[in-house]
Write a protein that binds this ligand. Structure first.
Ligand SMILES: Cc1ncc(C[n+]2csc(CCOP(=O)(O)OP(=O)(O)O)c2C)c(N)n1
Ligand code: SF4
Ligand code: SF4
Ligand code: SF4
Length: 726
């Protein structure tokens, strides 16, 4: 939740401080769900105004408000105004964007400026904000402003004590929560962080995982509804979900015998599973953002009604309560035996529990599916070094983190150092983990007589490249710890303290393009040049997203971004190609919305490679200027136009005498123009600098053709020689 405090008056205000309780003459609530969660009117001044965005009509809204809120309205003699801003926005063709609508309401009610003057000023601000980007956006905003006044209503206040709804506890609070969450996380969520004593904060800065689940943002107006009869269980909806809010699980039919009445599950279609295995695709209704990406990804249409897919969006209202119960039940189902699931297929891998759930990334974000995927495959052994950027903000946004643990309590260990040193930071994790493993091995050898020679040998020489080897090593470590607990050997405690490090850690160095291509590039290049086993994931949004869309060396030619108002004049740096020149680095480009199977394969190959790996992952972002519902379509267009060719460079193939370079995308089948015209970041230049835009378009087309030709040559082995040391 964002709380803004605005003060103004006839004389300039030069000091910055918050509006105190009981002092705000105008309070606005833009999110209907906040009514039940926060004490919104504590700050309202007597005789002030309360503006509420709600879908309840003015003549019925009073009885839907909590008693405490109604009492405050009556006691403080507040005016209550309501508007269904989401309906106005939808009608005006603005999707869910309600900022202009709420701003118009403010000026219409506050009397701050004469109404006509205020409306003219708002329209002027719209021109300034969107005029350069899109004429259409300006027109839509104008339409919304005009419609707002017709929909704004004042509510007649009824006497205190009228029958109504008692305050509902936020669903997060109603859950049984760990002490840490009750004492620290929830008070911060509720806006009371500044009341907490410093002594409550963890002294070493270590925070528990799995806390984003208590946020329950409830921001979706529509959520997906799974049609079990149509579904082919392909897993694509789960694969693309940026918020881990649609999940799949396999379980025995008996496990669902006490399921809530509306919980849907059907026999698993795959023959891999034992008879009687059922499967469910379940939405988390309070964590879904309503982005619709899962529905867009669903390939199955009802033949008798092609607009109906195997998953469809529906208004959240009547679904929230039953689906909340269904999701809670879904989470209680035991995790299916991972060794019985095919990790290399989309339907299989999407049955693996994610250890990254409910991030606060923008609805439809194109970065988060990559991270979720990595945690599904390797989460119980990941060490993550995260560069500053969007991924560090939604990754560790105090008071909570979306990283979480599995049933055995294992999950990724995550930390953020700086923007500029993240690759080095992750390399340090690798070196520390290796050092601790070596030390534990040395002790195991020393204590071979105490713990048994066979166990010591097996612990020291275990092959842990694949998950099955890691599972076996975990069992050995458990046995070792039992033996050490019963031992009187003077070094037994020492070995017990480092025994966990006998299990291979999967180190991930994650960050955006601003980090990888620009500010952290020196360190990244240094790490690539070394032989250590790290996995580098570059979430390439082609701009510095978290700070508002500044140009990076990943920004494509012709794109408008901050510092490139006239369009980026030079081509995007080919980071993946540069890294592949080393010869010993596993390198791949990916775009999950264009080729999900290739993305999955890339993650497996990168992780299993025992040297440095680099995945450059195309990540659609709100900065690209289109509705994020079309996230996957745009990824496809990026690949098909040659803007984002897909390749893998695997040094293991060269070692085996083959060509390490594999081209995974076909020759461009669309002009780059089609891609560029479909995204505002490029299209806006056509209006502001038409000639330059034309020139950039032609150059982008030439670049795409040249790059594809070069890749094609490499794939045919013309330009690739195995390198010494590769
Ligand atoms: C040395 C330094 N410079 C600038 C910043 C401010 N800063 C924080 S995040 C960020 C942008 C990150 O962009 P990118 O790496 O592309 O990641 P994204 O947000 O796109 O995921 C910047 C400039 C910083 N934290 N440290
Ligand atoms: S609508 Fe978006 S957030 Fe919700 S389940 Fe589908 S993909 Fe996930
Ligand atoms: S994408 Fe559609 S068909 Fe595939 S699992 Fe999801 S709902 Fe079923
Ligand atoms: S700004 Fe872009 S990258 Fe950052 S969370 Fe939003 S959509 Fe994702």
């Amino acid at each position: 939740m964002t709380v803004s405090h605005l003060r103004f008056g006839p004389a300039p205000i030069r000091s910055a401080y918050l509006v105190e309780a009981g002092m705000a003459h105008f309070v606005a609530c833009h999110q209907p769900v906040f009514v039940d969660r926060y004490d919104l009117l504590a700050h309202a001044a007597p005789d002030g105004v309360f503006l509420l965005n709600t879908s309840e009509p003015a003549d019925r809204v009073w009885n839907t408000l909590p008693d405490t809120m109604r009492a405050q309205i009556v006691e403080k003699r507040l005016q209550l105004w309501v508007i269904d801003a989401y309906a106005v926005a939808a009608e005006a063709g603005m999707g869910r964007r309600i900022n202009t609508i709420m701003q118009t309401c403010f000026f219409a009610i506050s009397g701050l400026l004469p109404k006509d003057e205020a409306i003219a000023a708002i329209k002027h601000a719209v021109d300034k904000t969107y005029g350069r980007k899109s004429k259409r956006l300006v027109e839509l905003n104008y339409r919304a402003i005009d419609a707002t006044l017709a929909h704004l209503r004042q509510v007649t206040i009824q006497p205190a004590g009228a029958i109504g709804k008692p305050p509902e506890p936020a669903s997060a609070v109603a859950q049984i929560v760990p002490d840490f969450v009750r004492d620290l996380t929830l008070p911060i969520y509720q806006g009371h962080g500044d009341r907490l004593p410093v002594s409550l904060l963890p002294v070493d800065g270590t925070y528990p995982l799995g806390t984003a689940q208590y946020e329950k943002r409830n921001i979706a107006l529509e959520i997906p509804v799974w049609e079990a009869d149509l579904c082919t269980q392909c897993g694509k909806c789960v694969f693309v979900c940026p918020h881990t809010a649609i999940r799949a699980r396999a379980f025995s039919a008996e496990a669902a015998s006490d399921a809530p009445p509306t919980f849907k599950h059907v026999p698993a279609k795959s023959k891999e599973f034992p008879a009687g295995t059922h499967i469910s695709y379940q939405v988390a209704p309070e964590d879904c953002t309503g982005c619709g990406d899962c529905v867009e990804a669903c390939p199955i249409h009802d033949k008798s009604n092609v607009s109906r897919r195997a998953v469809n969006m529906a208004p959240v209202g009547p679904l929230r309560d039953p689906e909340r119960d269904n999701f809670a039940f879904f989470l209680r189902l035991p995790e299916f035996d991972r060794s019985m699931i095919k990790h290399g297929t989309i339907p299989g891998s999407m049955l693996l529990d994610p250890l990254f759930e409910f991030s606060g990334a923008c609805a439809g974000c194109g970065e988060t599916p990559y991270i979720r995927l990595a945690t599904q495959l390797f989460g119980d052994r990941m060490l993550i070094a995260n560069a500053t950027g969007c991924s560090s903000i939604y990754g560790g946004n105090l008071p909570s983190t979306p990283y979480t643990v599995n049933g055995a309590g294992r999950g990724p260990a995550w930390s953020n150092s700086l923007f500029e040193d993240n690759a080095e930071f992750g390399l340090g994790m690798r070196l520390a983990a290796d050092q601790l493993m070596d030390y534990a091995k040395q002790l195991a050898r020393e204590l071979a007589n105490e713990i048994g020679g066979n166990l010591a040998d097996a612990l020291v020489s275990a092959d842990q490249r694949e998950e099955v080897g890691i599972v076996e090593q975990r069992q050995r470590v458990a046995l070792l710890l039992d033996k050490l607990a019963a031992s009187r050997h003077p070094r037994a405690k020492e070995l017990a303290s480092v025994a966990e490090w006998l299990i291979r850690r999967s180190v991930w160095i994650i960050g955006g393009d601003g980090w990888a291509y620009d500010i952290g590039y020196g360190g990244l290049d240094h790490v690539l040049a070394l032989p250590y086993d790290v996995n580098i994931l570059v979430l390439d949004t082609e701009v510095y997203s978290n700070t508002g869309g500044q140009t990076s060396k990943a920004t494509p030619i012709g794109a408008v971004a901050k510092f490139s108002a006239g369009g980026k004049a030079t081509a995007k740096k080919d980071l993946a190609k540069i890294a592949s020149d080393y010869g010993h680095v596993y390198v791949a480009t990916a775009a999950y919305g264009a080729k999900d199977v290739q993305t999955l394969r890339v993650f497996h190959e990168a992780e299993s490679y025992a040297g440095p790996s680099l995945i450059v992952a195309y990540s659609p972002c709100i900065a690209h200027g289109y509705d994020m519902l079309y996230n996957q379509r745009q990824q496809e267009l990026a690949v098909k136009s040659g803007h984002w060719p897909l390749f893998r460079f695997d040094p293991r193939l060269a070692e085996a005498g083959g060509n390490p370079f594999k081209l995974d995308s076909a020759a461009p089948s669309q002009p780059v123009k089609t891609f560029m015209e479909s995204e505002t970041r490029f299209a806006m230049l056509q209006r502001s600098h038409p000639e330059a835009a034309q020139g950039f378009l032609q150059q982008a087309q030439r670049d795409a053709e040249r790059r594809f030709k070069m890749y094609q040559d490499m794939a045919q082995g013309h330009a690739v020689e195995p390198k010494p040391g590769a």
